[in-house]
Design a protein around this ligand. Structure first.
Ligand code: NAX
Ligand code: ADP
Length: 305
């Protein structure tokens, strides 16, 4: 297994150019935050803003937009329906990425939105949270296949429960066989699962947990899957996954290669959790603390360059 180290993460960190403007730094659009999970939308947007994209735009509920106007007024907010109308002009040749699903409840409306995003976005898309349920449907799988064939990257960030729902749509014999192979080799089943999902759906799969596994399907075997082992249980708090989605989305918007963006995003997120714990106590770390420590995690990397 290939461990993501501080040195590797530091090498991936994209800097700024003296003549950068808000568009050359990347446009990160987030289609997030149902009324019931407005907080998740806010967390994802705040993380995306911190991680370097020059322009952050949210297509979101009234509730999320109202909160964002207070805590992150730099974010441009539009209603979710406007995403489809704006699509033709969204990227205009600039670096750009879309995050969808953080803070979505599982519903028909959420499914329609995720399918619109997958089908209309000619740029990297990251699917997270309640948006992942759509991928376990025939339409979702076919939209992912179409993107793969067109060479458009898609990243997905399931936790164990969401990954199991996606794996349940695959051939169970194949899933079982790959788990048996992994047990024999002493490799964690999650590494095989991430690889299986990446290959089956043509995505980069970030399978989150105490250790996080990243596969893009091009790995020869589960031995080549990337793993992040330097996290902390302080991260086991509601909303830290939304922070991760926004962070990776921002790095995708900056134009990073998808697997690199995932590796750097999970490393910085984990390091932010560790630094937040060092500043207070592991038990007391909040998701907001993790968000606040993202710049410290970046600065610690920067010093190693
Ligand atoms: N402040 C907020 O508004 C928050 C909103 N959130 C949003 O809430 C929506 C639902 O996400 P949830 O993950 O809470 O959904 P659930 O808690 O309903 O989880 C879905 C299923 O996965 C299982 N599961 C959850 N986490 C697991 C884990 N780490 N390992 C194994 N099984 C696990 C659950 O038992 C359940 O069966 C998402 O859109 C998410 O973005 C959450 O991120 C929490 C914070
Ligand atoms: N015990 C743990 N050790 C290290 N990291 C953890 C642990 N538990 C959860 N995490 C990390 O916290 C984040 C939780 O994300 P997720 O399960 O999607 O939560 P939510 O949907 O509430 O935001 C993931 O990045 C995961 O890797």
């Amino acid at each position: 297994m290939k461990t993501i180290t501080s040195k590797k993460a530091a090498r991936l960190l994209p800097g700024l150019l003296p003549d950068d403007n808000k568009y050359t730094r990347g446009l990160c659009e987030l289609v997030v935050g149902d009324p019931i999970y407005a907080g998740a939308g806010v967390l994802a947007v705040m993380a995306a803003t911190r991680m370097g994209a020059g322009y952050v735009r949210a297509y979101t509920s009234f509730e999320t937009a109202a909160a964002l106007r207070v805590v992150q007024p730099s974010c441009v907010c539009q209603p979710v329906d406007a995403f489809v109308e704006h699509r033709h002009a969204a990227c205009e040749g600039r670096p750009c990425a879309v995050v969808v699903g953080s803070g979505f409840a599982v519903s028909d409306a959420a499914k329609a939105t995720v399918l619109d995003v997958l089908r209309l976005t000619q740029a990297p898309v990251l699917v997270d949270g309640g948006g992942l349920a759509t991928l376990a449907t025939d339409e979702g799988a076919s939209a992912l296949r179409e993107r793969f064939v067109a060479g458009l990257p898609t990243v997905i960030t399931p936790h164990r429960g969401e990954a199991d729902r996606i794996l349940a749509t695959l051939n169970t014999e194949e899933v079982q066989a790959s788990r048996t192979r992994c047990e024999k080799k002493g490799i964690p089943a999650a590494a095989f699962d991430a690889l299986l999902i990446a290959r089956a759906f043509g995505v980069v799969c970030v399978l989150k947990g105490p250790d996080t596994y990243i596969a893009d399907g091009n790995e020869e075997s589960a031995d080549d899957v990337l793993v992040l082992t330097c996290g902390t249980p302080a991260l086991a708090k509601a909303g830290t996954g939304d922070v991760l989605a926004g962070s990776i989305g921002s790095l995708l918007a900056r134009g990073m290669e998808p697997k690199d963006a995932c590796a750097l995003g999970v490393f910085v997120h984990a390091r932010a959790g560790v630094l937040a714990a060092a500043d207070s106590a592991e038990l007391c770390v909040t998701t907001e603390d993790v968000l606040a420590h993202l710049p410290h995690a970046i600065r610690a990397l920067d010093r190693k360059l």
